[in-house]
Design a protein around this ligand. Structure first.
Ligand SMILES: Nc1ncnc2c1ncn2[C@@H]1O[C@H](COP(=O)(O)OP(=O)(O)O)[C@@H](O)[C@H]1O
Ligand SMILES: [Mg+2]
Length: 160
């Protein structure tokens, strides 16, 4: 049985929405890690939120679930990075510079959107139509306190 088959609760792309109030970067990473552990292999996470909202932090938590040992940093300058974790592949992309991403023939979007593990794309709402229907949409928001983030997870972009 795959490590990613749901064992404690429904996978995050089940038909529902959940919320989490994070009070620290560690809490955001731990929450993302738990979600990633519940996700089926092949699941794509679409991360949305302003600069500094915690998208990269969330991706770091996902990478932990996959046993990625290298540090996961913002892929802004490489657009997409692939990590070979001990529990599966982790694809980490950034669509901030969407035009460059679309024009770059070296990027294999078909493979990125069917990862042998999990994928996370920052600035996903720049190209919502790119994503398959069972994508897990994650919206991160900074609230009044500088270390608090509201995280909403749903299976539709409009479900927030
Ligand atoms: N609860 C929190 N969750 C995530 N990041 C937080 C939180 N509180 C403070 N931060 C800080 O916010 C910043 C988030 O940065 P980052 O994950 O790179 O955001 P993004 O990729 O969305 O631009 C980091 O400096 C992190 O330390
Ligand atoms: Mg980032």
């Amino acid at each position: 049985m795959s490590r990613f088959v749901a064992h404690r609760s429904e996978p995050p792309n089940a038909n529902r929405c959940e919320r989490f109030l994070s009070r620290s970067p560690q809490a955001t990473r731990a929450y993302a890690r738990r979600l990633a552990e519940r996700a089926r292999s092949g699941t794509v996470f679409a991360l949305c939120g302003d600069l500094g909202s915690g998208k990269t932090c969330f991706a770091q938590g996902m990478a932990l679930a996959l046993g990625v040992e290298q540090p996961v940093t913002s892929p802004t300058f490489s657009l997409v990075r692939e990590y070979a974790g001990t529990h599966g592949q982790f694809i980490h992309g950034d669509l901030y510079r969407l035009r460059e991403a679309a024009d770059d023939d070296t990027l294999d979007w078909d493979a990125y959107l069917e990862p042998k593990g999990l994928a996370a794309f920052e600035w996903a709402d720049r190209s919502p139509d790119l994503f398959p229907p069972d994508t897990v949409w994650v919206r991160l928001e900074t609230l009044d306190h500088p270390s608090v983030r509201r995280i909403r997870v749903g299976n539709k972009r409009v479900a927030f």
